[in-house]
Ligand binder design. Sequence first.
Ligand SMILES: Nc1nc2c(c(=O)[nH]1)N[C@H]1C(S)=C(S)[C@@H](COP(=O)(O)O)O[C@H]1N2
Ligand SMILES: [Mo]
Length: 313
Amino acid sequence: MLIRFPRGWELPEREATPESLYFSRRGIVRSMGFAGIGGLLGGNALAATEGAALYPAKRNPKYTLDRPLTPEVVATGFNNFYEFTLDKQRVRDEVYRFTTDPWTVNVKGLVNNPRVYDFDDLVRRFPLEERLYRFRCVEAWAMAVPWTGFPMSALIREVDPLPSAKYMRMVTAYRPKEMPGIGSQPHYDWPYQEAMTIEEAMNELALFGTGIYGKPLPKQNGAPFRAIIPWKYGLKNIKSIVEIEFTKKRPPTLWNKAAPTEYGWYSNVNPQKPHPRWSQAEEQIIPSGQRRPTLMYNGYEAFVAELYTGKEY
Ligand SMILES: Nc1nc2c(c(=O)[nH]1)N[C@H]1C(S)=C(S)[C@@H](COP(=O)(O)O)O[C@H]1N2
Ligand SMILES: [Mo]
C-alpha cells in the first residue's frame, strides 16, 4: 500500500483533527478489526493493534506546560538521530531498514539483579504514564511533547545497584547495515552512549520513554525505548537503548568526547552558559520560530536544583 508521508511543516488531515476526535476515531478503527486497520494505517497496523491496551496511557497531571504542545507532525518529522542522517527532516525516511521488534535491553554492571529484559515484557512491567514536558535541544530550538513512559527509578530499584555504583550508562543499538548514518559519519565514536549519575536518574522527572502522542515511539523518535531527561539538553535523551550499565567510574559520552567544550558531561539546560558558537539565553519554539528566554534547568529548577547545589558544572 502506498502511503503519502507529509514533508516539512505540512499538516496532514490527521494532525489537523483534534486529538480527542482522532482517538475516538481510532477506537472505531480498532473495532473494525485487523483488516480494517491494515487498510487504513498500512505499516503501523501491528503497532496500533499491539499498543491498544497500553496506549494512550493515563496522563499524570502533575507536570504542566507553559506553552502549547508541539504538533505531532513536527515532533515526529524534525529529528536528531545521527545514526540515520544529519538532515532532521529526512530521519523519518531513513529509518525503514531499522528493526525494533524483537528488542532486548541488557541491564548489567554493579547491580544485585542484572537482567536482560525483552521489550514486550519491559513495557508491561512498570506502569506507563503520559507526561507533558518541555524539550530543549542544545542547538537552541525547543518543543513541548507528550511522552509516555515510566520513571527510571522503577527499573533502577528492581535491578538494585550496589553501593559502589555511582553512574548509569546507556547505549544505543549499533546496526551499521540498518543505520546509514554510521557509515557516512565514521568520525563519531559509535555506538551512541550517554550517562548520568544514579542520583540524577532517580529524580522523579527522569523517564524511560516508550511512546509519544499517545502511541508507541516511532523509529525516528527512538523506538522502542529511550531516555527522557527534560532538564538536560536533548543530546542526553539517548534513543533506541539496548544496554544499561551501572558503573563506579564516570562513563564517557559520545558528544562530550567529540567536543568537550561544546557539550558538557552534565549538559543541564542553562541560559547563562553559552555554547562557544551561540548564546543559550534564548530558545526558538518549533515550528513558529517564536523566541523565548531559556529557563534554568529548562524550567525544572524546583525538581532538580538540589541535585547540583554547591557543585560547579
Ligand atoms: N542514539 C541517538 N540518540 C539521540 C540522538 C542521536 O543522534 N542518536 N540525538 C539526540 C539529540 S541531539 C536530540 S535533540 C534528541 C532528539 O529527539 P527527537 O528527535 O525525539 O526530538 O535525541 C537525542 N538522542
Ligand atoms: Mo539536540
